[in-house]
Design a protein around this ligand. Structure first.
Ligand SMILES: C[S@@+](CC[C@H](N)C(=O)[O-])C[C@H]1O[C@@H](n2cnc3c(N)ncnc32)[C@H](O)[C@@H]1O
Length: 264
């Protein structure tokens, strides 16, 4: 998770996009589903003199040695929110929570209620695992218009993995599919305005050994796969089939002759 934080920060070039009020002497920043707390800790370090940063999570993944302006609290974000206060947060950050949340409209409503009216921001970051390729490669990886789905030969198993993964998550009522229009609608319905969407590319493969994401995904694909595929009612997935699909996907991504990306 810490490596993932660094890969995301590198791809975005910054840790947050929301314009925080630099004149405030007390920013309140909340990280929902904080994981190892890396983002919360980095934000607390960045705004050490003027912020209080909380990370909330059901699991105690977080380190014990933390900056004095960080606090971790254990709570199930799908239960009624208590103890966070209302209308008092400047920024709420949500990252990589697809698959963990059953009702996004409810979560957005809870976030809306705890933000400072008219001044608070939500920042929500998710990965769309659908592999894409670039049609006119350039260096820039933000809001690129020159991408298209990498659905065909020589990539065949991995796009199947992505489709099947999304189907299994849908069946488990924990959607992981990125649906931009539905997200905009749910945010708007919760009350948010001035909604902005940025897209970044993260490489599944790269000749550059400094790129973190190819190694992260090679490691993650197994953890992402096992529960959704083995708990689904679709009996065509058993451990042998899923293991083979993971091996073949890894092989495809490692050997394909052109750069393949996911989007964030
Ligand atoms: C994929 S990790 C993302 C961690 C972090 N946001 C990041 O981007 O590095 C998902 C996190 O959500 C937490 N989580 C899942 N369901 C949750 C729930 N219902 N309430 C609170 N935390 C939850 C998990 O414990 C895990 O730490």
């Amino acid at each position: 998770m810490n490596l993932f934080h660094d890969a995301v920060r590198d791809a975005r070039g910054h840790s947050h996009s929301a314009p925080l009020n630099k004149n405030s002497d007390h920013l309140r920043i909340l990280d929902v589903g904080t994981g190892t707390g890396r983002w919360a800790i980095k934000m607390a370090e960045k705004y050490v003199r003027c912020s209080e940063v909380w990370g909330i999570d059901v699991s105690p993944w977080q380190p014990e040695r933390i900056p004095p302006n960080v606090k971790f609290q254990y709570m199930d974000i799908e239960e009624p929110w208590q103890g966070l206060g209302s209308e008092s947060w400047d920024l709420v950050h949500v990252r990589c929570m697809y698959g963990a949340v059953t009702s996004w409209p409810q979560l957005y409503e809870n976030i809306w209620n705890c933000l400072i009216p008219g001044a608070g921001y939500i920042e929500h970051i998710e990965i769309d695992w659908q592999p894409v390729i670039r049609t006119t490669p350039t260096g820039q990886r933000k809001n690129c218009a020159d991408v298209e789905p990498a659905l065909y030969h020589p990539l065949s198993v991995f796009p199947f993995w992505v489709r099947s993964f999304y189907d299994c998550m849908d069946a488990a009522k924990r959607p992981a599919r990125v649906d931009s229009a539905a997200t905009h609608a749910a945010l708007y319905h919760a009350g948010f305005v001035d909604i902005r969407e940025d897209t970044y590319l993260l490489p599944y493969n790269s000749g550059d050994s400094k790129e973190r994401f190819p190694r992260i995904f090679d490691d993650w694909i197994e953890g992402l796969s096992l529960r959704p595929f083995l708990e689904t009612t679709d009996s065509s997935f058993n451990l042998t089939v899923v293991d083979q699909m993971i091996i073949d996907s890894r092989h495809e991504l490692a050997t394909v002759q052109y750069p393949v990306f996911c989007t964030m």
